[in-house]
Design a protein around this ligand. Structure first.
Ligand SMILES: Nc1ncnc2c1ncn2[C@@H]1O[C@H](COP(=O)(O)OP(=O)(O)OP(=O)(O)O)[C@@H](O)[C@H]1O
Ligand SMILES: [Mg+2]
Length: 349
């Protein structure tokens, strides 16, 4: 061990004994006979921004609902800020803020009224309410809109209001289910900056789900990828990118579409996967971007073909996502459990 590393050892030890903010331990959720979450385990460190990624229907919202006491766990445990969600749900509710996937602020109330109702629901003492509301409005940059009716806000402002509402009782742990879905790129970046700022100024731990890989890459310290209710990968964005075979992505567009491109590309040295994106356009994962590029140019020249475009990039989180979850659409629907209504009085059988 180097001297510098030895000097750091006590600090690292101290950091290691800070209890995890969230522990999910062999969690299972069954809806009837359908298992939506299958034996998932992970921990989120204090002060961390943790991302849950996965295709539609993977089980992300179900995991959030279990961690936030909105739905009972079928088996396994979830411990949030030291409290077991099954044994002490009220203690959990006091220390968490939740932004659900759907917008839930009341459109007919003003911004301030929406915040005030929440503060009362969370029993924030009257003396602190006005101060907390002013602080969260400032944090999400909505102070000048405090008197506006919520239905008059833009999508980005409405999302910021939802974030403010989740913070009005000063939670320690913040759960956000798709906080930027439907926002334009500028509003999305504004929300990222806001969340990063909040984490630092309020020392919040955050667990968020997103379908935007760039968002996860920029914002999250660690990422878990779930698919079909199972955790399929876990690590920092860099670790996940390194875990995918092929360090570079070469995007190539042939002027002419031909059935042989796919096979030829797959046969090249160092190439680990080839995805056909559209006619003549391929995304090639390779261990050496420069070698593959040279080979492609030579191939095109030898066949008298034209390359319309050619680019080399490092592996992105999109590649990681596709590697771990595949490319099939997840449109399968689960039938809701059958309920039998009692017959109406007088109804014929
Ligand atoms: N109340 C319910 N009853 C029955 N099945 C459900 C219920 N809620 C969710 N499911 C099913 O459980 C699975 C996981 O759903 P969940 O909402 O957790 O997915 P998700 O990862 O959040 O997806 P999305 O990205 O579309 O929000 C899906 O197959 C869904 O159809
Ligand atoms: Mg969801």
């Amino acid at each position: 061990m180097s001297a510098a590393a030895a000097d750091n050892a006590p600090a690292q030890k101290a950091a290691a004994i800070v209890p995890a903010a969230i522990v999910v331990d062999h969690a299972v959720k069954r809806y009837g006979s359908f298992e939506a979450v299958k034996d998932v385990s992970f921990t989120v460190a204090d002060g961390e921004i943790f991302g849950l990624l996965g295709p539609n229907g993977a089980g992300k919202s179900t995991l959030i609902r279990m961690m936030t006491t909105l739905m009972p766990i079928t088996s396994g445990r979830a411990i949030v800020a030291g409290h077991d969600v099954a044994k002490d749900p009220n203690a959990v509710r006091r220390v968490i803020g939740v932004i659900p996937q759907a917008l839930t602020s009341d459109p007919d109330l003003t911004v301030e009224e929406n915040l005030s109702i929440y503060a009362k629901l969370y029993s924030v003492p009257r003396a602190e309410r006005a101060k907390n509301i002013a602080e969260v409005l400032e944090a999400v940059d909505l102070t000048q809109w405090r008197g506006a009716q919520t239905k008059t806000l833009s999508g980005g402002m409405r999302r910021r209001l939802e974030i403010a509402r989740g913070l009005v009782h000063n939670p320690e742990i913040f759960f956000l289910d798709e906080p930027t879905t439907g926002l334009d790129p500028v509003s999305r970046i504004a929300v990222w900056e806001m969340l990063d700022n909040l984490r630092r100024t309020r020392h919040l731990t955050m667990l968020l789900t997103t379908h935007y890989m760039e968002e996860a890459d920029k914002l999250c310290d660690r990422i878990a990828i779930v698919d079909h209710g199972t955790l399929v990968a876990l690590g920092t964005p860099i670790e996940l990118k390194h875990s995918v075979p092929g360090a570079n992505v070469v995007e190539v567009h042939f002027d002419r579409e031909s059935e042989e491109w796919q096979k030829r590309l797959e046969g090249m040295e160092g190439v680990t996967s080839v995805q056909a994106e559209s006619a003549g356009f391929y995304r090639v994962l390779t261990s050496s971007g420069s070698k593959t590029t040279m080979q492609l140019v030579e191939l095109a020249a030898s066949l008298g073909e034209t390359l319309t475009s050619l680019s080399v990039q490092n592996t992105t989180l999109d590649d990681v996502f596709v590697h771990y979850t595949g490319r099939q659409l997840r449109d399968e629907q689960v039938k809701p459990p059958a309920f039998t209504l009692p017959p109406r009085p007088g109804a014929r059988p």
